[in-house]
Design a protein around this ligand. Structure first.
Ligand SMILES: [Zn+2]
Length: 116
C-alpha cells in the first residue's frame, strides 16, 4: 500500500502545479486577446480562415480551461489535506505516480480500470 505523501514531495508537487497554473493563465489570456483582434477582419477568405482558426483556438481554450480548473481543484485538495487519495478506491495514490502526474485523481489500478 502506498504511503501518504511527505510534506517535501507535496511542496514540490504544489510548486509544479502553481507554475503550470501561471503558464495556463498566460496562454488563456493570450487566446482571449487574439480573439478580440479578429473582429476587425472583413475579407471573406480571411473570415473563413478565421473561422477554422477560431474553432481550433476554442478547442485549445477548452482544453486549457479544463486543465486549469483541474489544477485549481488539485490545489484546493492540497490545502485541505485531501490530495493524493484515489477517487475510486480511497487509497493513497503512490508518490511516484503523483510526481509524474500531479493531476492524477486515481491510483494506477483504478486508472487502468477506468480506461478499460
Ligand atoms: Zn484506486
Amino acid at each position: 500500500m502506498a504511503m501518504k505523501l511527505a510534506q517535501k514531495e507535496l511542496t514540490q508537487i504544489k510548486a509544479k502545479l502553481v507554475e503550470r497554473k501561471h503558464q495556463l493563465e498566460e496562454e488563456l489570456e493570450g487566446l482571449y486577446n487574439e480573439k478580440f483582434s479578429d473582429e476587425a477582419v472583413q475579407d471573406p477568405i480571411d473570415q473563413a480562415l478565421n473561422t477554422s482558426m477560431e474553432e481550433l483556438r476554442s478547442a485549445l481554450q477548452n482544453k486549457e480551461l479544463a486543465e486549469y480548473n483541474m489544477i485549481l481543484d488539485v490545489l484546493k485538495k492540497i490545502d485541505n489535506g485531501q490530495y493524493g487519495t484515489c477517487i475510486d478506491c480511497g487509497q493513497h495514490i503512490s508518490e511516484k505516480r503523483l510526481m509524474v502526474y500531479p493531476n492524477a485523481t486515481r491510483c494506477l489500478a483504478c486508472q487502468e480500470a477506468a480506461e478499460g
